[in-house]
Design a protein around this ligand. Structure first.
Ligand code: DGL
Length: 267
């Protein structure tokens, strides 16, 4: 890891990664954070692997100009499809992805060895979560479901009431029938729908919120290296590749907080 005063860089396909920024900022508020949300090209979850890799490479090149200590890939789609590619292309920087900490947590908390993951079509089709969990513990039965309408629901602000409830029910009923006891929210946007999802699956199924899990991993990493200084709270610097009136509304929706600086960047 590079110098103590350099920032943590975080990126996502759009606004959703702000769920990760929020949790990391909460745990280590004295660290500078640089965020890039690729709002001009979101969603990634319906795109091909080659396109996603190309975008991720371009974003990494931009973030490296800030000389970050680490780069957190807040996007599950990028973590699933492009992590190895990024590690190979940028060996000089440590990448933290959202898939591995959530997969590890799921095997630690399941009691009946029946786990499910939900995510974008690209994340689920990649098989990354499924393969990793199987490798970590071959006894676990893993189920999965793509939930393509969840991202637009969140971006439209439709997070309570009948519409998200019925859609969640349609996607999740099959998983409940499989008698899972643990459900990984494998997408940046899904923590926003946590209440609805919990209502649909019932209180007995434990939800794994990747944004919380990855924030703990990042904090522990800095603690191990003795690199947490208790300095005064920093304002995260958020770059977006596009900012419209709607985007401003959505930024506040993910993180209703004025303690951030927002800028536009053309990559
Ligand atoms: N950030 C993406 C993810 O976590 C969701 C939005 C998209 O499809 O780009 O998979």
């Amino acid at each position: 890891m590079s110098k103590n005063d350099s920032p943590i860089a975080i990126f996502d396909s759009g606004m959703g990664g702000l769920t990760v920024v929020k949790e990391i900022h909460k745990l280590i508020p004295g660290k500078d954070i640089i965020y890039l949300g690729d709002t001009a090209r979101v969603p990634y979850g319906t795109k091909s692997s080659d396109v996603i890799k190309g975008y991720a490479k371009q974003i990494t090149q931009f973030l490296l100009t800030f000389n970050p200590q680490i780069i957190v890939i807040a996007c599950h789609t990028v973590s699933s499809l492009a992590l190895n590619f990024l590690k190979k292309n940028f060996p000089q920087i440590l990448f933290i992805d959202v898939v591995s900490p959530s997969a590890k947590k799921s095997i630690n908390i399941t009691q009946n060895y029946r786990v499910a993951v939900i995510g974008t079509p690209a994340t689920i089709a990649s098989g990354k979560y499924q393969n990793l969990i199987k490798t970590l513990n071959p006894k676990i039965k893993i189920f999965s479901q793509a939930c393509p309408l969840f991202v637009p629901l969140v971006e439209e602000g439709l997070i309570t009431g009948d519409i998200p409830y019925l859609i969640a029910k349609k996607y999740l009923s099959g998983l409940i029938d499989k008698r899972i006891d643990t459900l990984i929210l494998g997408c940046t946007h899904y923590p926003i729908l946590k209440n609805i999802i919990q209502k649909v699956v019932g209180e007995d199924i434990k939800l794994i919120d990747a944004s919380e899990v990855v924030a703990i991993k990042v904090k522990n990493l800095f603690k191990e290296k003795n690199m947490i200084e208790y300095r005064k709270e920093k304002k995260p610097l958020l770059y977006f590749t596009d900012i419209t009136k709607d985007h401003k509304k959505i930024i506040n929706f993910f993180w209703n907080d004025s303690k951030m600086i927002v800028r536009r960047i053309i990559l």
